[in-house]
Design a protein around this ligand. Structure first.
Ligand SMILES: [Cu+2]
Length: 157
């Protein structure tokens, strides 16, 4: 009988631990636009600052933000709005133009519904200057900026 009680106790502990561990925690991917390492930091910080978010990691190559959060404390849209407020468009939330405009030149990603305004931003002198070799600009962002500038100048010339 005593053995049975111990076994029952262990079962309850195991059950409780299991239900606690996967409780309401969810991991989701959100398409999030950005360019470089600076963007990565900004996106991840914005996401982790949302109450209930336990982990956030942005894949620069895939432009996908992977977030782990407690679904009782927050939801995907709230996280997307926070990321958008920091200047990065997501699947369901758009950054305000003035916030986007204030991003570092390297960070001026091509917005999902790319407007002529965004194309201009990439061709601007300011963007060119900020894309010259600097610690804050990684090679990839620089390359994409340069190729965009080339295509922009071809069009305008
Ligand atoms: Cu950036």
């Amino acid at each position: 009988m005593r053995k049975f009680k111990i076994l029952l106790g262990l079962c309850l502990v195991a059950f409780w631990t299991a239900s606690f561990a996967n409780g309401d925690e969810k991991t989701k991917n959100i398409k999030t636009y950005g360019n470089c390492g600076m963007c990565e930091e900004r996106i991840e910080t914005a996401a982790t600052n949302v109450k209930g978010v336990t982990a956030a990691s942005w894949d620069k190559a895939k432009k996908v933000l992977t977030v782990t959060f407690d679904s009782q404390k927050t939801d995907l849209l709230a996280i997307e709005k926070a990321v958008a407020a920091a200047g990065h468009d997501t699947e369901n939330a758009k950054a305000k133009d003035e916030v986007y405009d204030n991003l570092h030149g390297c960070c001026k990603y091509v917005r999902p519904e790319s407007s002529s305004k965004t194309a201009k931003a990439c061709c601007s002198k300011e963007a060119k200057a900020s894309c010259s070799p600097k610690a804050s600009c990684d090679k990839k962002a620089k390359a994409s900026c340069i190729s965009k500038q080339k295509s922009c100048s071809k069009k305008s010339n």
